[in-house]
Design a protein around this ligand. Structure first.
Ligand code: SF4
Length: 476
């Protein structure tokens, strides 16, 4: 049985958060393509991760079985999400935590801001979290006079540079070390003016700044990679140790988690903890995996709040084809193999979720009309499907969403005319002859005339053949 209604089937609201870009993908992509430094940085970084990941995946003889298991668990979760979320809520409360339900970004931001205010703190430390970026939590906190400090190195670079993240896993992938040094010198409090662009020196400087912040801040905000319904346990995986410090040092911990992140049991977690590191960072095992269940007296944060975020997810869940996008474990493997992402980078997608998964998740969270160009940000080569550790059929979703996107009137008229001609053999033959005449008249290699020129704006118009199939056939 499939139940999808969680009581909040609306799409994510406009005017808050970062799911909609200021311009359509083709115009934003054109600008990115004109930046050779960006393309060099991206090409180098994605190739390095791809090679590393392929090496460690090749070591696992049952990788395909693991992928199938991950996919099956996620399908099961989506089929009984309401029941699993209620089980999770009961277990978190039983362990001393408080659970809040947020229908959208406005509500989640209001809840978190209120919780921080109640502690009296005017600063929070943050673990890297896509959900809080999605809802624009940093902006909401800043508006309330609360300073959010990102503690993941790449997120810190993005924050200090007044920039936007461009990759799910490596948000500053578009920056090279010289650019990072310049950002630190410009914006990091107490920075050493003799700082070099050696990676070790840059990391040491960030560590010095962050240590002071960790030790003097009493509230932390995190996301969550997984939540185990049977015990109420939350899990964060990261590779720098900053997350571990945020999750253990402060007095209050607030976790914002998308409702799709729940898994039924610890056994299920085992599958994802094998899939995720190999597919994302190309590591055999994740360096820091932090798990906590409610509150433990005298150990770690003494107040724990879990904010369960919908923000359009129920609307995605209601689409039986589209809901696959909620299976995503944010490993970013699809970004690293995507020929479109590698050339345009993440900013062109306009949403915090870039690359192939962004092209199918963002339009569903916002409603396709608000991100209508994203399902076309793909060549449908299928590399993302092959790379995805939970077997999300992204090409299928792209086609599904293209079908829902509003189509220009000229395109609909051209398709209707083509269908009319193809249904009438004589007319079709005449059209073929006319196409050949246009070739003789010198239209070779040029685009279609308006209003059909949008189609050939980014494609070559193939030459009509010298002989049609019918002529070839008749000659035999
Ligand atoms: S869609 Fe698949 S490959 Fe892409 S980020 Fe999500 S889990 Fe990873």
């Amino acid at each position: 049985m499939t139940r999808t209604f969680l009581g909040m089937p609306a799409t994510a609201p406009a005017g808050v958060g970062h799911l909609r870009g200021a311009e359509p993908f083709p115009s934003a992509a054109r600008r990115s393509l004109a930046d050779p430094q960006l393309r060099r940085n991206l090409g180098h970084a994605t190739k390095t991760i791809r090679v590393k990941s392929a090496g460690v995946i090749g070591e696992v003889p049952d990788w395909q079985e693991l992928r199938a298991a991950g996919s099956a668990i996620k399908t099961d979760v989506m089929a009984r999400l309401p029941e699993l979320l209620e089980q999770l809520e009961a277990k978190v409360v039983e362990a001393g935590g408080v659970v809040h339900w947020a229908g959208d970004a406005h509500e989640a931001n209001r809840i978190v801001t209120g919780l921080v205010r109640a502690t009296g703190s005017d600063r929070v430390i943050k673990v890297k979290s896509m959900a809080t970026q999605e809802i624009g939590l940093n902006e909401a906190l800043a508006e309330a006079g609360i300073a959010p400090v990102e503690t993941d190195l790449a997120e810190l670079i993005v924050q200090l540079g007044n920039d936007r993240p461009s990759h799910i896993l490596v948000p500053a992938i578009h920056r090279n070390r010289a650019e990072i040094r310049e950002i630190f010198l410009r914006a990091m409090p107490g920075v050493d003016p003799a700082l070099t662009d050696e990676p070790a020196a840059l990391a040491a400087e960030a560590r010095r700044y962050l240590r002071q912040t960790f030790l003097t801040t009493t509230v932390a905000v995190s996301g969550a990679n997984f939540a185990v319904a049977e015990t109420g346990t939350l899990a964060v995986v990261e590779s720098e140790g900053n997350g571990r410090m945020c999750l253990t040092l402060p007095e209050t911990l607030i976790t914002v988690m998308g409702i799709e992140k729940v898994v039924p049991t610890w056994r299920d977690l085992e599958v994802f903890l094998q899939l995720l590191p190999r597919a994302s960072t190309g590591e055999r095992m994740n360096p820091y995996t932090s798990m906590w269940t409610g509150v433990a007296p005298g150990d770690g944060p003494q107040a724990f709040h879990l904010v369960l975020l919908d923000n359009g997810r129920s609307a995605v869940l209601a689409d039986e084809t589209g809901r696959q996008a909620l299976h995503c474990i944010r490993c970013s493997a699809c970004l690293n193999v995507c020929p479109v992402y590698e050339r345009t980078g993440g900013h062109a997608y306009g949403s915090v979720y870039p690359g192939p998964i962004g092209a199918v998740l963002s339009p569903q969270l916002t409603g396709v009309a608000d991100n209508a160009s994203l399902p076309y940000a793909s060549s449908l080569c299928g590399a993302c499907y092959d790379a995805c550790p939970v077997k999300i059929n992204i090409p299928e979703l792209l086609v599904h969403l293209r079908d829902q996107a509003p189509h220009p009137r000229a395109e609909a008229a051209a398709m209707a005319a083509a269908a009319y001609a193809m249904n009438r053999p004589r007319l079709y033959e005449t059209a073929q002859r006319a196409a050949r005449l246009s070739r003789l008249a010198g239209r070779r290699g040029r685009g279609l005339p308006p209003p059909l020129d949008g189609w050939t704006g980014s494609r070559d118009l193939p030459d009509p053949p010298a002989q049609t199939f019918r002529e070839w056939w008749a000659g035999r």
